[in-house]
Design a protein around this ligand. Structure first.
Ligand code: HAM
Length: 424
């Protein structure tokens, strides 16, 4: 038997309903906050991700699905959405006439990481980006949105972590201090980090290797090296989060795994998913649009790990299985043909009907109706057919009523819609 590719997964019925619910709530929230949906391709030129995510990151160094297409051009399955959304923003001049734009997208991403719970090679993100606003207040808006989404999904064990990653004005000074520190811990770093120390020392702070994590515990913090502009921006972010009653922790270790960030970076973290603590991550990236060949336009955004979010919601509240509104137990070929017609008509009216076209006994059909949790069963046997009626059984009260076949589709609609509206 051919099996799934390692790290890929199916989202099966029973689980997919929860994904639909999360997606519905997220879309509603984005639309209320004025975001427009954008759909971007699953594959891009490799160059786009190298230039935006950064050559020294784990993603670009080790995790991308990159291959030459038939003409030899290097293409990559997208490991994230920000680079593509920036490309689209520049390519279609979406900044003209108004650079201030808000986008969201939902879809699969690909990273060849070591698979484990909460970490997949194909995973999904819910991504949001805001272009054209320099103020840290929009970073606050993004964190507020994330926290609101978690509240609407009844999540308790989640918290916002924030840090500032500075800007090209203050970073060189910090990099020099960090490099000095990294030289002082010398042989405790993994070979990748020894290389990164000279090329891109900030990446060492994001290394997952335990010996590196230990070596960097006393590393200098960017927060102690911010320039005046970055300092006041970060103060504004903290003040505004406090005013909005959004709890947060300042996390000096938070550097994010992508190179494009400037100023505020944030994550929503949980302790309920083992090693994979980041449910969402994001931050400001004021130079990326320009670096990719566009105008000098600031931007900020986040991505939620959809798989992790769904796992977290499922931990808190097992999802009810969808039940049919009606089960039709039809006995004999004539009854089945008739019932089939009704089912099609009822479906058009949003009434969910299950039936059994395998001509099983009444007993076995009633058993199945019970298992599916149908509140009503309509029984149509040969005797009923001859008498021009069917029997509607209320599975909870066990009451049975005869219904004339003449207007049966409308009568059932009336009965079931009445029950549905009573149930609210
Ligand atoms: P990221 O932190 O690389 O950021 O990914 C965002 C989220 O995607 C993570 O917090 C995690 O929940 C989920 N995620 C990442 N890798 C995996 C995986 N292998 N399996 C399951 N879930 C995963 C970004 O991608 C940035 N583009 C976010 C952003 C948008 N920054 C600004 N705008």
């Amino acid at each position: 038997m051919i099996q799934l590719i390692r790290g890929f997964k199916d989202i099966l019925p029973g689980e997919v309903e929860l994904w639909q619910k999360i997606e519905r709530i997220a879309r509603e929230l984005f639309e209320d906050f004025g975001f427009n949906e954008i759909r971007i391709p699953i594959m891009e030129r490799t160059e786009l991700f190298k230039r935006s995510i950064g050559e020294d990151t784990d993603i670009v160094e080790k995790e991308m699905y990159t291959f030459p297409d038939r003409k030899g051009e290097l293409v990559t399955l997208r490991p994230e959405a920000t680079a593509s959304i920036c490309r689209a923003y520049i390519q279609h001049k979406l900044y003209s006439p108004d650079p201030a734009q808000k986008f969201y997208m939902i879809g699969p991403m690909f990273r060849r990481e070591r698979p484990q719970k909460g970490r997949y090679r194909q995973f999904y993100q819910i991504d949001a980006e805001i272009f054209g606003v320099q103020s840290g207040l929009v970073d606050v808006q993004l964190i507020f949105l994330l926290v609101t989404l978690c509240k609407r999904l009844d999540l308790k064990d989640v918290g916002a972590h924030i840090n500032s990653l500075g800007c090209p004005a203050c970073r060189p000074q910090f990099k020099a201090a960090l490099t000095d520190f990294l030289v002082s811990v010398g042989d405790k770093l993994c070979p990748d980090c020894v290389r990164r120390r000279d090329r891109n020392p900030l990446r060492v702070l994001d290394c997952k290797v335990p010996s590196c994590r230990e070596a960097i515990t006393g590393a200098p913090s960017l927060l102690d090296h911010l320039c005046d502009g970055c300092r006041s921006d970060f103060d504004l972010v903290m003040e505004s989060l406090t005013k909005l009653d959004v709890p947060f922790v300042i996390d000096k270790q938070l550097v994010r795994g992508l190179d494009y960030y400037t100023r505020t970076a944030f994550e929503i973290q949980t302790t309920s998913l083992g090693a994979q603590s980041a449910v969402a991550g994001g931050g400001r990236y004021d130079n990326l649009v320009k670096e990719l060949g566009g105008p000098d336009i600031p931007a900020t955004g986040f991505a939620i790990g959809f798989d992790r979010l769904a796992e977290l919601v499922a931990l808190n509240a097992p999802q009810p299985v969808q039940q049919p509104d009606l089960f039709v137990a039809a006995l004999g070929a004539k009854s089945q043909t008739l019932a089939f017609e009704w089912i099609c008509k009822l479906g058009l009216d949003g009434i969910r009907v299950e039936t059994d076209l395998a001509d099983k006994s009444l007993k076995s059909q009633m058993k199945r109706a019970n298992r599916l949790g149908a509140p009503y069963v309509l029984i149509l046997g040969e005797n009923e057919l001859e008498a021009g009626e069917a029997v509607l059984r209320n599975m909870r009260t066990k009451d049975q009523t005869s219904m004339s076949l003449e207007n049966i589709v409308d009568d059932i609609k009336f009965q079931i819609k009445g029950t549905k509206s009573q149930l609210g």
